[in-house]
Design a protein around this ligand. Structure first.
Ligand SMILES: Cc1cc2nc3c(=O)[nH]c(=O)nc-3n(C[C@H](O)[C@H](O)[C@H](O)COP(=O)(O)OP(=O)(O)OC[C@H]3O[C@@H](n4cnc5c(N)ncnc54)[C@H](O)[C@@H]3O)c2cc1C
Length: 395
């Protein structure tokens, strides 16, 4: 059987669901999301869901602020519950990083981001459990926190459905068709062909192989990013804010049931390429030990926390650790991938930007920093930590 759609979105993670929601909000009628497993089965379902605002450029800062405003009024803007908890975020930097933090903050404040720079000693009044002795400064973002990536994905998908989209789960795209330099549709594993003038690659950790189906190469590495869950003991006290220790290389975010999610901020994901099919597998204590040691140095009282579980996560990483949001050289074949560990918090703005670009409208924020062509000739180099704190020249 042959079918047709106006737009095919490949991948039912938070990116694909948000794009479907925003396209249908603009009145695009027949949008089909094809998801090979189930909604949020990929990186989204394993995400830690932190929403922080410190980003290095005006464009990324504007994107995260637009997204935060959506999370803050999610029921009205999208419908449903984003699980957004405004517990605040603290970001600790070394003395060497402080000038870059100050410069980045000045740009961010001009855009309306609420954040204050604390001296390490002032941290006592906000979160005395953090060891500030090795820090050069701490940024406090009172509106930041975390959300529920799976719930957000379902809410975007439900909203898209209400506006006319079709979400098909258990449908894998195995071929992408072109006529000359134009995309014309896809074939599914079930043997069905769907014609469409626009196909959007939102396949996250699988975006590289999916792009190759259309003859497009993406500069994306899938890098391992394990997450560990510990249970806080009674002596730790109440819940803690999100803490991102850029100086020491660890992060923590609270979870219900006295649990804390923790992982590394050490920039080494690209050195550990991972088969995305291993997503969610248990990790061993060997992998947990150095991470938990760093966490224990950042929040000494967490050193006593009981280890509960670790699982394999992974990021789809571009050379500059920023997303690709662009049409590929194959006309009508769009890319929204390479989220590089930012894809949850940016998802509302990514959906808004992609819907504007696809419908040839004006994007709310310049899309130039997210163009695929930025990797042609010069290969920008980035790190995860540099995705917080200013361009390399500012570091
Ligand atoms: C451990 C971990 C921690 C993270 N922490 C944070 C955080 O704190 N804050 C933050 O903002 N971001 C975080 N991220 C990043 C963020 O969660 C991701 O960038 C985002 O969820 C990616 O969403 P996506 O929709 O682009 O991709 P995915 O969620 O990977 O979705 C892609 C989907 O495409 C489907 N698919 C693949 N191939 C095909 C095919 N051929 N046909 C049909 N469907 C296909 C997959 O099944 C999958 O469901 C984290 C990610 C991980 C893994």
């Amino acid at each position: 059987m042959r079918r047709a759609a106006d737009v095919i979105v490949i991948g039912g993670g938070v990116t694909g669901a948000s794009i479907a929601f925003h396209l249908t909000s603009l009145g695009v009628r027949d949008v089909r999301v094809l998801e090979r497993r189930f909604l949020a089965a990929g990186g989204t379902g394993r995400s830690v869901g932190i929403i922080r605002q410190l980003y290095p450029t005006p464009e990324t800062s504007a994107m995260v602020l637009r997204s935060l405003r959506v999370f803050q009024r999610f029921a009205d803007a999208v419908g449903g519950d984003a699980g957004y908890v405004a517990c605040g975020a603290l970001i600790g930097v070394s003395r060497a990083m402080r000038p870059a933090l100050e410069a980045t903050l000045a740009v961010q404040r001009a855009l309306g981001i609420r954040a204050e720079l604390l001296e390490p000693a002032e941290l006592l009044r906000v979160e005395p459990r953090i060891d500030a002795s090795g820090l050069g400064a701490v940024l406090h973002e009172p509106e930041s926190g975390y959300g529920d990536p799976t719930a957000v994905t379902h809410a975007f998908a439900d909203g898209a459905r209400r506006q006319g989209a079709t979400i098909e789960q258990g449908v894998e795209v195995v071929a992408i068709h072109r006529r000359g330099d134009r995309v014309t549709g896809v074939t599914t594993a079930g043997g069905e062909s769907i014609d469409a003038p626009i196909v959007v690659n939102c396949a996250g950790l699988w975006a590289g192989p999916v792009a190759r189906l259309a003859g497009v190469e993406l500069p994306i590495v899938v890098g391992r990013h394990p997450v560990f869950i510990v249970e806080r003991d009674a002596a730790f006290g109440g819940p803690h804010p999100v803490y991102l220790d850029l100086a020491g290389g660890a992060y923590v975010r609270p979870e219900t049931g006295n649990l804390t999610l923790t992982g590394s901020l050490t920039d080494d994901e690209t050195e550990h390429p991972m088969d995305p099919e291993l997503l969610g597998r248990d990790t061993g204590l060997d992998e947990a030990t150095p991470v938990l040691e760093r966490t224990g140095r950042a929040l000494p009282r967490l050193a006593e926390a009981r280890y509960r579980q670790g699982y394999a996560g992974a990021f789809d990483i571009t050379p500059d650790w920023m997303p690709i949001l662009d049409e590929s050289p194959v006309r009508g074949f769009w890319i929204a991938a390479g989220m590089s560990g930012h894809g949850f918090k940016l998802s509302p703005a990514v959906g808004e930007m992609m819907a504007a670009l696809i419908t040839r409208g004006t994007p709310p924020v310049s899309a130039l920093p997210f163009a695929l062509a930025r990797f042609t000739g010069v290969r920008p180099e980035g790190t995860f930590v540099a995705s917080y704190l200013g361009a390399p020249e500012g570091r």
